[in-house]
Design a protein around this ligand. Sequence first.
Ligand code: NAD
Length: 257
Amino acid sequence: MRLANKVALITGASSGIGRETSVLFANEGAKVVAVDINDAGGEETVNMIKQAGCEAVYVHADVSKAADAENMVRVAEQTYGQLNILFNNAGIMHSDDDNAITTEEAVWDLTMNINLKGVFLGCKYGIPALRRAGGGSVINTASFVALLGAATPQIAYTASKGGVLALTRELAIVHARENIRVNALCPGPLRTEMLMKFLNTEEKRQRRLVHIPMGRFGEAKEMAQAALYLASDESSYVTGTEFLVDGGITAAYVTPE
Ligand code: NAD
């Protein structure tokens, strides 16, 4: 098993990437601390893991709140004795997030607080725990939009993900000699609730698919597999990367016919 004897804390664990990663990490031997604000979804993720005979606990935490972030790390250490893997994955894409002129300040603040400050707070309390465990792996979910301009305006989301990427690089350097690796997972457009609620017609989906060389959306399971590599000791020389898992979208200038 690729994560035997490891404890992994995963935020945004109630759905999408977070849920698939929680299930996969548990199947690979990790004890999972599943974190979210959606308690019903989080409990369901934990039940899925327990039904497979693996170990997990759910913790309610709003990643944008310092006290919650501190508590989720405390629960991990109290329940399982240590923390080895920190997956800062929770994020939102607000329906009123648009261009700089039309986006409300409140939408900007909420997006930044969850998507960027949430990653900062996860690291603020999680990295000391990784140190206590003798090292570990941090994975921060950014997005391909951290590298490309977005096809449709979503200024706060794009800026927040750019921030996650920059923060990841700096942390990777600062902690490189402490056996703590920090990488950004940069998913392409996925067939998850987050994106499909916006791409809600066949026409809108096709318009986006034109830009993806593989001609399809990614799956949350495919992101979980990438996160597994970054979490495991197989990536022991990998730090500070923008780990793109995007069907080729970032490499494309034109897409094949
Ligand atoms: P999702 O909406 O299925 O999952 C996000 C989870 O985060 C939800 O369970 C939600 O309840 C939780 N969450 C929201 N705010 C929170 C908060 N304040 N505290 C704790 N939990 C909170 O979406 P997903 O596609 O699985 O997205 C996961 C990550 O991947 C996000 O950071 C997202 O920005 C990123 N991402 C998604 C796509 C995509 O196309 N879906 C592409 C690139 C990056």
